[in-house]
Design a protein around this ligand. Structure first.
Ligand code: FE
Length: 136
């Protein structure tokens, strides 16, 4: 596991776009079907927009129909952490970047095999690094 990234909120404000800040640092949510990755089918790795931590692979991305990029597992279990989120009268499980603590989205238990999990992630919390190997 890489070292944790700890920054003050004013430091985050300097390096993130206002939208990235709203999503990652204020646990915001982008509107469905509005983000840049929900319909992306390219091969590559999705990394944290805040710290570059490798979070999700295109190999585990699936079409959830929700309008948010959805994955059935993170790259490795330790790349994300989860916590109960009972805001807005809903019982949900928040997903954060294990390295910088940035809010990514939520995880639900209605995903496909093999995990049965659906990581529902804001496009704006991610950057995409295309695979260089075209065969992948
Ligand atoms: Fe991060």
């Amino acid at each position: 596991m890489t070292d944790k990234v700890v920054k003050s909120e004013s430091e985050w404000k300097k390096i993130l776009t206002p939208e990235e800040y709203r999503l990652l640092r204020e646990a915001g949510t982008e509107p469905a079907f509005s983000g840049k990755f929900w319909n992306l089918k390219d091969k590559g790795i999705f990394v944290c927009a805040g710290c570059g931590n490798e979070l999700f692979s295109s190999d585990t991305k699936f079409d959830s129909g929700t309008g948010w990029p959805s994955f059935f597992t993170p790259v490795v279990k330790t790349s994300v952490e989860t916590a109960p989120d009972n805001r807005f009268g809903m019982r949900r499980t928040e997903v954060v970047c294990a390295r910088c603590g940035g809010h990514l989205g939520h995880v639900f238990d209605d995903g496909p095999a093999p995990t049965g999990l659906r990581y529902c992630i804001n496009s704006g919390a991610l950057h995409f690094e295309p695979s260089k190997d075209k065969k992948k």
